[in-house]
Ligand binder design. Structure first.
Ligand code: NCD
Length: 313
């Protein structure tokens, strides 16, 4: 039984993840129809509460909600309110008073979705909190790998880049490991979290060649400049020549390796210019699958029937 909130992959077990991915499979089919809309969440209200900027995640949740016929309200507080923890909770209470069926939260500080979930009675879905977790990104990444490779169990997934500051890395490490993949990480030493092997069960590499050898999936991550304090590598040029994924480095990996990136991409830094748009990149598949996965998440978390007076079922 999936919990009330989706705050992180760490809280899910393998069955929960598989249930969401199976549901996403059905949702994907809806996205291929001429009329991409079903009445599943008719009469339900979903509030997108994005305290931090977002392009694809917010649009993806909005499209997902609308395809399920929910009313979707986007609320993006100005950055001035970010500084005061009180006003975040007040904003959440204000939104709650409008009786939504789910609230989707993104915030630059780790733990804010959980704090909001503590004070609200409705499901809270984490759309990325600081460097902590980004569960729907990991779910759509797993879904994409499953679609392309037909399985996740037994694959080798190498995540390259700013692991230390990346919520995408954390959620993906949890998700792929729970589904039976071997996860490797590769980064300059300052971007590798301390005790990462013991804590997360991954193998850490500073040699990109070793990290890529035999990899089925390579995931490049953006350097999280907004979360960096101080210098983590000598120069962007050196970073990109050592860790930037290009066709030459892909030769170390398996022949049928795929390349992923959650976006936004810094072309020419973590990923060579030509790689983003062509095979073996599946970056646009990730975006497409993001809608199906978020439909599945909204259906499973926001679609529960209330049993109170006046409930329709
Ligand atoms: C990521 C994020 O916001 O964490 N983007 C996304 O949601 N697709 C990755 C990033 O910003 O680098």
């Amino acid at each position: 039984m999936i919990g009330r909130d989706l705050l992180g992959i760490e809280d899910l077990d393998r069955e929960d993840i598989e249930r969401i991915l199976d549901t996403a499979e059905h949702m994907r089919e809806i996205g291929r129809r001429d009329v991409k809309k079903v009445p599943t969440l008719r009469g339900r209200t979903i509030i997108n509460l994005f305290f931090e900027s977002s392009t694809r995640t917010r649009a993806s949740f909005e499209i997902a909600g609308k395809r399920l016929s929910a009313d979707v309200i986007n609320f993006s507080p100005s950055s001035s309110s970010l500084k005061k923890a009180e006003s975040i909770l007040d904003t959440a209470r204000t939104m709650d008073a409008m009786d939504p069926d789910a609230v989707v939260v993104r915030h630059g500080t780790a733990g804010v979705p959980r704090r909001i979930a503590d004070i609200l009675d409705v499901p809270v879905i984490n759309a990325g909190d600081g460097a902590h977790e980004h569960p729907t990104q990991a779910l759509l990444d797993c879904f994409t790998v499953q679609q392309v490779k037909g399985r996740i169990d037994g694959l080798t997934v190498t995540i390259v880049g700013d692991i230390l500051h990346s919520r995408v890395a954390r959620s993906n490490i949890y998700a792929f490991r729970k589904l039976g993949a071997e996860v490797r990480i590769a980064a300059p030493p300052p971007m590798i979290p301390v005790r990462v092997e013991e804590t997360f069960g991954v193998k850490a590499f500073t040699s990109i060649r070793e990290a890529l050898e035999g990899a089925d999936v390579v995931m490049a991550l953006r350097i999280q400049n907004e979360r960096l304090e101080g210098a983590f590598f000598p120069s962007v040029r050196e970073y990109s020549s050592t860790f930037g994924i290009d066709r030459a480095k892909l030769n170390y990996a398996k022949e049928d390796v795929i390349v992923m990136h959650p976006g936004p991409i810094n072309r020419g830094v973590e990923l060579a210019h030509d790689l983003a748009d062509h095979k073996p990149s599946v970056i646009l598949d990730q975006v497409r699958n993001g809608v199906a996965v978020r439909m599945a998440v909204l259906y499973l978390y926001a679609g529960r029937r209330s049993s109170g007076p006046g409930a329709s079922e």
